[in-house]
Design a protein around this ligand. Structure first.
Ligand SMILES: [Zn+2]
Length: 276
């Protein structure tokens, strides 16, 4: 599932290709992925819209048009946005294609078709965006705020890190990596963390996410459903994962085999010796 670094990579790459482009037409092959049954109207509304800005909030991609209308895309599990400079044949997982007036196109592809798109008229809001927590790569990232959040939560710290209403954009892979680097066991209750442990989280969350953006994200396998950038290229962070997916392999710090435990149906990877 694309997390903050993967979505940020996609957004940055899109910024360099599609800003200023004008939509010629839109082909929708899976109307059910457009929220609120918008598919019919949206093909008309998108025509001739010029892209003014592309930004990210948590794992949401926000495309803003010069008209003030916006498009929100959530990739969920297997969604991808692939940019093509010229016309290409679509494959069976292509769900929506945005054709630009210069002949280039942006393909929304989604193997499992669980992602979604939503059109917002000028001035219209999408309420879930307002509930999102702090952006770890944003200016508002602040140690006192993180301490206050930890102190009033009894959630297990890994679930806390993945709670989008507390910290925006962190998912399972990077939560595991951050906790290993911080020496904190994923099942610790958030309100039991010492100040110095919260300080480590405060440092390592943006540090790991920034490095992952630099590596253009994590692609876990080579299936068509696995994450790819806008150029249909794999990320590189999977080559430097320290614990995620390394069950039974030696801890890079102490050699103890990495254990796998379940938390809310998701796997956590932990060195029981290094993480307390
Ligand atoms: Zn260890």
């Amino acid at each position: 599932m694309p997390e903050l670094p993967e979505v940020e990579t996609i957004v940055r790459q899109l910024q360099s290709h599609v800003i200023g482009k004008v939509i010629h037409c839109v082909e929708i092959f899976r109307p059910d992925q457009w929220k609120l049954n918008q598919a019919n109207d949206v093909t008309k509304r998108l025509k001739n819209q010029r892209i003014a800005a592309i930004t990210r909030r948590a794992k949401f991609i926000l495309i803003e048009f010069q008209s003030g209308c916006r498009l929100i895309i959530h990739l969920r599990m297997t969604g991808k946005l692939i940019w093509f400079p010229e016309q290409v044949k679509i494959d069976k997982f292509t769900r929506t294609v945005f054709h630009f007036t210069d002949g280039s196109s942006l393909h929304y592809s989604d193997t499992r078709a669980l992602g979604w798109l939503i059109w917002l008229e000028c001035g219209e809001n999408y309420p879930s965006l307002n509930k999102l927590g702090v952006e770890p790569l944003g200016d508002e990232w602040n140690l006192d705020h993180l301490k206050a959040l930890c102190r009033k939560s009894t959630q297990e710290i890994k679930l806390f890190l993945m709670d989008q209403n507390k910290i925006a954009g962190v998912g399972n892979i990077y939560a595991n990596e951050v906790l290993f680097r911080s020496g904190i066991h994923p099942q610790r209750r958030s309100n039991t963390l010492m100040d110095e442990e919260i300080e480590k989280l405060f440092r390592f969350i943006p540090k790991i996410l920034e490095l992952a953006v630099e590596k253009m994200g994590t692609t876990l396998g080579n299936k068509v459903s696995d994450y790819r950038s806008v150029y249909n290229i794999e990320g590189e962070y999977q080559n430097i994962l320290t614990v995620y997916g390394r069950e039974g392999q030696p801890c890079i710090k102490c050699g103890t085999p990495i254990a796998r435990i379940k938390q809310k149906d998701r796997s956590s990877f932990v060195c029981e010796k290094c993480q307390k």
